[in-house]
Ligand binder design. Sequence first.
Ligand SMILES: N#Cc1c(-c2ccc3ccn(Cc4ccc(CN5CCOCC5)cc4)c3c2)n[nH]c1N
Length: 241
Amino acid sequence: MTMRLDYLSIFPAYFDVLDISLLGKAAVNGLVEVHAHDLRDWTHDRHRTVDDTPCGGGAGMVMKPDPWGEAFDEIIGTEPDSSVHVIFPSPSGAPFTQSAAQELSSAVRIVFCCGRYEGIDHRVIDYARSMWTVHEVSLGDYVLNGGEVAALAITEAVVRLVPGFMGNPESLAEESFSAGQDGLLEYPLFTRPVSWRGLDVPEVLMSGHHGRIAKWRRDESVRLTCERRPDLTDSDFGVPH
Ligand SMILES: N#Cc1c(-c2ccc3ccn(Cc4ccc(CN5CCOCC5)cc4)c3c2)n[nH]c1N
């Protein structure tokens, strides 16, 4: 099954990068199909205008609904289809999580609507909700200039979970933020040389003793999680708050 990814943006060149590396390989293997669109192609004035002043006043500009509606008609269609997932990155969106990525990895079609300025006229989102499955999501509590970077991050998080994408699916099982690691942060990683600029690989990792190695890794994951992400710890880890 090929996953079709569409990107609507006034900066479609942001998505040229998807031809590189693993994503490029996935496209070649037919796992994903990528289409980037310039929203201005659905404007009709000489200046190819996509924005206007906010109703009710306020700073900045708001993206007009008309180009989005015409782009939707051409790219997605005019019939409702809940199997189409439409993602609006937004500072006021719900936090994007690994479980959301996992859910989206089984989607047949995902359309990313990348806003700019102060955002998109809300009727565009309301219309999309009446037609497709809509996700208003945020990458995190910091302000970006538009939705493109978020769309790229979400794409990578989702596509790497598509069956057949990652060469070694076992590497997905041990990752942080996935059930396999009990939601703890990943332990520190080391490789050769054993000694580097006076810094040595922890002896336990060179011991060949799998039980001790597993304990060290678990202890390190718990230590790191307590230090950096107390919000992820709870009594189940046997770790005091
Ligand atoms: N995903 C994601 C994002 C985004 C994001 C996503 C999409 C768009 C479209 C336009 N912009 C720029 C923009 C910046 C500032 C504001 C006003 N601010 C008022 C006070 O509260 C904060 C927002 C609005 C819009 C976007 C930003 N930012 N951070 C994330 N994690």
